[in-house]
Write a protein of this length. Structure first.
Length: 475
């Protein structure tokens, strides 16, 4: 027994003297990301894809951010806000860029990026119903989208207005609720001011009621944890884009031209699309050249409301309101012949595009050309020089647009080559055409979608039709 114990002790001692070899697991570092996964919602000011490409404020900023990070952009649209939240929590997306506002509830769940722009929250109702003057005396309930910032606003309002009630719709987005307001299916909803401005071009029955919250920041959402690096990169990117004027450019591009709203004009335009446009559409398409025919048609409506006999006190005449010298220049003999007028107007507008300086980006050349069509290329060039003298970008429409009204002030126009011009009128002229164009594109899209809904099965034909759904080109 003693001998056995001695052997066991020796073995134990020998084992203790041996080096302990711990087999370390080989850890492979996680692969470097190759793409930026961005969760979003569909919307004209957020993200919209079509046969003419992708667009939207959030899309353009996400595209720039991906380029800044040297990653590919993977834009992933979701059906509703709740699904977006779930995807971000599970790590299926890196960031949410969907036009969402900064709210206390979102701050508790996520990290919020810097503000992109600011919106007012507006109570929306239908034309022809009583104006809502008090949140406590509404003729019906408010309907909002589930998980929207409007739920937070209503919850806060309910503290001082205990009788306030509302419905939440998970399967309908803000645009669908606005459509229901226009159709008289629900009495009230809440919309961001930008969304309301955009949709009133197509649904002029929408009316702006009480402002429930002012200047609420629109932000991107990041995961609550493990997002320090991404947040740091986002802040650096935001500062660069803000200093370079990108935020100001996108604000002008998506929102500035829709701020002015005229109910009577919008209704008249929609009626003219049904009653007058069919007679001239084929001619617009024939002579538009490289211009989207709908831009040419929108220009003609701004000029004459598609009246071939239109005449101004200054002597311009016809559907495209050509001067006599311009008509001779483009080879038009009869300005009152609508087909000749369209041909001449298209030729003249295309010549404006060709004569613009090469420094003006392709995406903005049309707005410069339209301003030139209205007040002359020389005055537009004066405005470009004036913008440059003030430290602005002479090839950015947003900057030239801001100085065009100065051509009406002697202090400024006396120093220009071509003198006085109604620059403010040119700004409104271009903005109106942009709105008319947006409406024409929206109606085209609605017609295509209606045709698709009539086809019960997915076929190659419907796939091709879907690819043709288009949207307003933006500067």
């Amino acid at each position: 027994m003693k001998r056995l114990l001695l052997v066991l002790c020796c073995i134990t001692l020998l084992a203790a003297c041996q080096k302990v070899v711990v087999e370390q697991e080989k850890t492979t570092p996680p692969p470097e990301p190759t793409e930026l996964k961005v969760g979003t919602l569909y919307g004209p000011q957020i993200y919209f894809t079509s046969g003419q490409g992708d667009s939207g404020y959030d899309f353009e900023m996400a595209q720039r951010f991906a380029e800044y990070l040297e990653l590919d952009l993977n834009m992933k649209p979701f059906a509703n806000i709740s699904d977006l939240y779930t995807a971000l929590r599970k790590g299926e997306i890196d960031i949410i860029a969907a036009g969402l506002a900064d709210t206390p509830a979102r701050r508790e769940q996520f990290r919020l990026g810097p503000p992109l722009y600011r919106v007012n929250q507006i109570l929306v109702y239908r034309q022809g119903t009583p104006i809502p003057k008090n949140i406590n005396h509404l003729k019906g309930e408010i309907t909002v989208t589930t998980d929207s910032s409007f739920v937070d606003t209503l919850t806060e309002l309910q503290k001082s207005n205990p009788d306030l009630v509302w419905n939440q719709e998970k399967d309908k987005d803000a645009e669908e609720l606005l459509t229901m307001i226009a159709a008289g299916e629900i009495p009230y909803t809440i919309a961001d001011s930008t969304s309301l401005d955009i949709n009133r071009r197509f649904m002029p029955e929408l009316r702006e009621g009480l402002v429930l919250k002012r200047k609420q920041p629109v932000v991107w959402l990041l995961p609550a944890t493990n997002s320090d690096k991404l947040m740091s990169e986002l802040l650096a990117f935001w500062h660069i884009e803000k200093r370079s004027g990108t935020l100001a450019h996108l604000n002008e591009k998506y929102f500035a031209h829709v701020e002015r709203f005229d109910y009577v004009d919008t209704r008249a335009f929609i009626r003219a699309i049904d009653n007058k446009l069919p007679k001239y559409q084929a001619t617009f398409e024939k002579y538009a050249g490289d211009i989207d025919w709908r831009k040419l048609a929108a220009t003609a409506y701004q000029e004459s409301h598609w009246n071939p006999n239109a005449r101004s006190p200054t002597g311009v005449r016809g559907l495209m309101m050509l001067t006599l010298p311009t008509a001779k220049q483009v080879g038009i003999k009869n300005r009152l012949d609508p087909y000749q007028s369209i041909k001449g107007g298209a030729k003249y507008l295309n010549s404006m595009l060709e004569r613009l300086p090469a420094s003006i980006p392709e995406s903005q050349r049309m707005w410069f050309a339209l301003a030139s069509y209205n007040i002359g290329l020389g005055h537009v060039e004066d405005a470009r020089k004036l913008a440059q003298s003030q430290g602005l970008n002479p090839s950015a429409w947003r900057d030239v647009k801001s100085v065009l009204p100065l051509l009406q002030k002697r202090k400024y126009y006396k120093k220009t080559r071509y003198g006085y011009a109604r620059g403010n009128e040119a700004v409104h002229y271009v903005d109106n055409i942009r709105r008319y164009y947006d409406t024409l594109v929206w109606i085209d899209n609605q017609n295509i979608l209606l045709e698709l809904k009539k086809k019960p099965l997915q076929t190659a034909e419907t796939t091709e039709a879907k690819s043709e759904v288009s949207q307003p080109e933006q500067p």
